[in-house]
Structures are given as C-alpha cells and as structure tokens.
Ligand binder design. Sequence first.
Ligand SMILES: [Cu+2]
Length: 125
Amino acid sequence: MSFRAQLSKAGALAASLLLLSACAAEPSIAPTGAVTEVTVTVAGMQYVPDTIEVPVGNELVITFENTGDVVHDLVLDNGAGSMQVFPGQAEVIKAGVIGAEVEGWCTIGNHRAMGMELTVIAVGG
Ligand SMILES: [Cu+2]
C-alpha cells in the first residue's frame, strides 16, 4: 500500500469517527435555553393544573405546592420528581428539557388511582 493510500484510509477513518461522535453527541431535541415555570397546587385528589404545556426544547421548572390536607408528591416518568411534600409545604422540581409528552403522578397510597395524574404536553414537537 502506498503512503498516499494509507493516508487517505486514515483520513476516511478519522472522518467516520468524527461523524459517529457528532451523532452520539447530538441531543434528540435542541434546547431553546428558555425556562417554562409553572406552579402546581393540589385540590382534593387533583393537581391544579393537571395539564402543563411546554414549548419543545424548553426547560420545565415546577413549583409543587401542597395546598391539600394530606401528604403528596409529584413524580414524572422522565425521572424527575419531588420528595414527599407535607400540607402547606412546597418543593421545586427541575423537570429538565421537555422534548415529548411526560406523565406525572402521586406515588402516595392510591392517590394516582384517585386522580392524581398530570400530563406535560410538548407543544410544537
Ligand atoms: Cu397524593
């Protein structure tokens, strides 16, 4: 193999490696850098609001205020969530960059079955 052929082979390998790493590093959603802040409260066995609209790529920060009269939490299926929040207490949940629909619910007792569910809708996806 000539030096030139070896050089071009190495170049092709480097190019394909670059391509691979570029693909791996590219996030599935482009973060907008903007933050959507929402306060969620509790009424009976419901989150208020129980639907949150977030522009695709925005970071979502939820202030979860337990305005109910028993302990609740709010966990999301993207891995974010609060600890147990007592009545009159609040916790800020950093829910990350939203790229698709996310479901949320209360893990205490049978609260989810009683209606403590919430949906984060990614708008413009
Ligand atoms: Cu609850």
